[in-house]
Ligand binder design. Structure first.
Ligand code: FMN
Length: 193
């Protein structure tokens, strides 16, 4: 899997997804934009490079890519990763991907997923959305991209931020056909009204 992190709010989602993928034993290559690293540090008080390096001590299946390195394996369709998940996805990166700009590794990986017919998951985060944002999402959606907004539900009665985060990450894993119990499915969680 390739996990892209941009400078939209919601770094906590990326951190949780990476943790789950790595612990599942799935090779996870992380590509973060410069703004993505800054917002990650701002929101979580964690340096992304340091955190990935620490994770790598126990789990050898995680790698932080250099977003400027278009020579990375991730930049090529011959590297057979299953999916690219961009979370949180800024409106800027969304626009770049929807218009085929591949000027950095993250956008190139998304472009590769599109041209190779692999899964591309975009987790946009912005509110309110303007017409440009909506048109860019629509454009990608028509190409089969999964738009899974950072839009948690509350019908499972979350009692912590972690549960809210797990709800969204669980939805992404479900889409990728990765078994998980991050959130209770509807039939198991229905409450009496
Ligand atoms: C704390 C913080 C939160 C931000 N949240 C969002 C957001 O939720 N959505 C968004 O599209 N941009 C957000 N931005 C703006 C982006 O970081 C900015 O547009 C940046 O250029 C995106 O670059 P990137 O796509 O290369 O990461 C935020 C910026 C900061 C500093």
């Amino acid at each position: 899997m390739v996990v892209g992190i941009t400078g939209a709010s919601g770094s906590i989602y990326a951190k949780r997804l990476i943790e789950v993928l790595v612990k599942e034993g799935i090779q996870t290559n992380v590509v973060a934009t410069e703004k993505g690293k800054q917002v990650f540090k701002y929101e979580l008080s964690i340096d992304l490079d340091t955190w990935i390096n620490e994770l790598n001590i126990n789990y050898k299946n995680v790698k932080l890519e250099d977003n400027n390195n278009l020579f990375s394996g991730v930049a090529s369709g011959s590297n057979k990763y299953d999916a690219v998940i961009i979370l949180p996805c800024s409106m800027g990166t969304l626009a770049e991907i929807s218009h085929g700009l591949s000027k950095n590794l993250l956008c190139r990986a998304a472009d590769v997923a599109l041209k190779e017919g692999r899964k591309l998951v975009i987790v946009p985060r912005e509110t309110p959305l303007n017409t440009i944002h909506l048109e860019n999402m629509h454009r990608l959606s028509t190409m089969g991209v999964a738009i899974i907004p950072a839009m948690p539900g509350f019908y499972h009665h979350p009692s912590s931020i972690d549960e809210i985060v797990d709800f969204l990450v669980g939805k992404i894993l479900d889409y990728l056909n990765i078994n998980n119990e991050l959130f209770k499915k509807w039939e198991d969680t229905k409450y009496e009204i």
